[in-house]
Design a protein around this ligand. Structure first.
Ligand SMILES: [Zn+2]
Length: 218
């Protein structure tokens, strides 16, 4: 297992996807907390995006992760459900609009390898949270890794200056270890750079309707 503080690679100049889609749906009611967990970007919302930061929740559920957003403690753009949730294998939750700077990395954190060591990472990045306890008893599912890779391909197609794919642990090594040593970083990187490894059913899964039993206060 590798140290998550080393999880980082740069997207090559060649191989940018022309287009890539993700099965995403807004988390119910989430827009009510955007003012508590995101800010207007200080850079251009398309050209200013330089990095995607990979996180793991250290919790057990999407609802738990969203409750942190609702409490105004953190924000992120996408949330990848855990394998025991009904959305697993079907869709990822969109949580904060890509045009806003979600609060997923502290403003004073930075790394010299990433965007020339600039701080205020949230303003030039997008954040993905994967629901995972970061323990040996909770491996990431194949689908979680594949769909996160597909989100990166979507971003790579959309943001012309996107270069760095990096762990939260690398940007904030004294406070954070996510996405954790159990995240298969090399395979993840391969999936992004060699899309033939992402099965058609991941790329073309239609977005399912909202399950009947899901309401706004989960
Ligand atoms: Zn994190």
């Amino acid at each position: 297992m590798r140290d998550p503080k080393e999880f980082h690679f740069k997207l090559p100049a060649e191989g940018r996807p022309v287009d890539a889609v993700i099965p995403e749906q807004w988390y119910p009611g989430v827009r009510d907390c955007w003012n508590k967990c995101s800010t207007k970007r200080i850079y251009h919302p398309i050209e200013g995006i330089r990095a995607v930061v990979i996180h793991a929740t250290a919790g057990q559920s999407s609802a738990g992760a969203v409750s942190v957003m609702k409490a105004g403690k953190a924000g992120f753009h996408w949330l990848v459900p855990d394998e025991d949730e009904p959305q697993h294998g079907k869709l990822v939750w969109a949580c904060v609009p890509e045009t806003l700077a979600a609060w997923h990395v502290r403003n004073d954190k930075s790394h010299p390898d990433v965007n020339d060591g600039k701080n205020k990472v949230n303003h030039w990045s997008l954040g993905i949270e994967i629901v995972n306890r970061q323990s040996v008893n909770d491996p990431f599912s194949d689908w979680q890794v594949r769909i996160t890779a597909q989100i990166i391909r979507y971003c790579w197609a959309k943001y012309p200056n996107l270069t760095d794919i990096v762990s939260h642990a690398k940007l904030d090594p004294l406070r954070r270890t996510d996405p954790g040593a159990g995240f298969p970083w090399e395979w993840f990187k391969e999936l992004i750079l060699q899309p033939a490894n992402i099965p058609e059913d991941i790329i073309n899964t239609p977005v399912a309707g909202m399950p009947d039993d899901l309401d706004e206060d989960i």
